[in-house]
Design a protein around this ligand. Structure first.
Ligand SMILES: N[C@@H](Cc1c[nH]c[nH+]1)C(=O)O
Length: 374
């Protein structure tokens, strides 16, 4: 009644967990040489809907401004950052950000992200840094049970290149690939009378599993230079990850892009137990074309809400309750020094809800203060 549907207040643990995620992210990003960047929450819709980006206006939170232009709440950091950095001079390659994005398709509308964007790096350096940073950050969050999935936009693009499909049909095909509906993929492609493509694409739906599966496809595509190149690139990337101790890798060679601007390697991180996606990203070398700039770029964003959910507070400090009065507030403040490693809560009476490791009462005597431990 007081809040629009999709908006909500949060209290206590969930807020603390998110803030812990933000803090650890900032620390890891700083220590890896990232520079922080922030962009406004309100932008022009066209920044995200223009053909270079291709996001859908229907999914954005939007309104008309006084001049009749459509403005939106930031639906995507990557696009906003490319706009912000389009004329940036200097050699900084690694950028880090934190804040909300707003998309209608997401339950809750607002989702909190922390993320990184790397520009003008060689492709292996940029992609491996994204995933090594993800591993570093998730380890700092003590989130060990995750798995990384690698995919590449060019496999589906190459195998469907020869098809002549209306925009609508192309979208249905992409959707069927995304949902792994093999029969539907076969049916749509057969409408095009392309038996070979229908077989290849419907088989691609199942090119999903442990990373080692990639060797099969390396053999299968040995005479197809473009596909072979993609496979060898993914193998090199996986090799760097494995050498760095990251062994839980999957491939999804049939993956289609979840954001229109991806052009190359894509990656996602899943929690094994819940299957929740904790990060998602990829290469987008053509996003800067809209500014007549040729900039290679790759990045990923972490879902703060998902990360915060699985955070455990193992070593939270002990709690002290100081019961004071109007006369002893200044004295109670002094006690904080003495109990430097405690969480110190000053109140006038007991708290019926919280549990404390220690409770002390300050009583003012005629001369001084008396501290009584309970
Ligand atoms: N902006 C993407 C993540 C990403 C960052 N950089 C590249 N991709 C998302 O919201 O899913």
């Amino acid at each position: 009644m007081f809040l629009p549907s999709g908006s909500q207040d949060d209290i206590g643990r969930v807020v603390s967990s998110r803030n812990t995620v933000y803090e650890i992210f900032r620390n890891v990003a700083t220590m890896r040489g990232y520079k922080e960047i922030s962009t406004p929450v309100v932008e022009y819709a066209n920044t995200f809907t223009n053909p270079y980006v291709g996001m859908k206006l229907q999914e954005m939170l939007k309104w008309f401004n006084g001049d009749g232009e459509i403005e939106v709440l930031r639906p995507d950091w990557t696009t906003a950052i490319s706009r912000a950095l389009r004329n940036h001079k200097g050699d900084q390659q690694k950028w880090a950000y934190q804040g909300s994005v707003f998309r209608r398709e997401k339950p809750g509308i607002e989702s909190r992200q922390v993320g990184i964007e790397l520009i003008r790096t060689s492709s292996l350096l940029g992609e491996s840094e994204c995933l090594l940073m993800a591993n570093h950050f998730l380890s700092r969050l003590k989130a060990k049970d995750f798995i990384i999935e690698l995919g590449h936009t060019e496999i589906f693009e190459e195998l469907s290149r020869s098809l002549v499909l209306s925009e609508e049909k192309a979208e249905s095909l992409r959707l069927a690939m995304h949902d792994k509906r093999r029969d539907e993929v076969y049916r749509i492609v057969m409408e095009n009378n392309s038996k070979e493509a229908a077989e290849e694409l419907s088989e691609l739906v199942h090119a999903y599993g442990p990373f080692e599966m990639i060797n099969q496809y390396e053999k299968r595509w040995k005479d197809r230079p473009l596909l072979l190149n993609v496979i060898q690139h993914l193998k090199k990337l996986a090799h760097i990850l494995k050498e760095s101790g990251i062994n839980d890798l999957l491939i999804d060679l049939g993956r289609v892009k979840n954001l229109p601007y991806y052009s190359g390697t894509m990656f996602r991180g899943y929690f094994k137990e819940s299957g929740a996606i904790c990060f998602s990203g990829g290469r987008y070398d053509h996003l800067y074309d809209q500014f007549q700039k040729n900039v290679s770029a790759v990045g990923l964003a972490f879902d703060v809400d998902i990360l915060a959910e699985q955070l455990e507070f193992k070593d939270s400090p002990k709690k002290l309750l100081v019961i004071a009065s109007d006369d002893s507030l200044a004295y109670a403040e002094k006690l904080r020094k003495q109990y430097g490693d405690y969480i110190v809560d000053v109140r006038y009476e007991q708290n019926s809800e919280a549990v404390y490791d220690k409770v002390i009462i300050i009583q003012k005597t005629s001369e001084d203060y008396e501290v009584i431990e309970q």
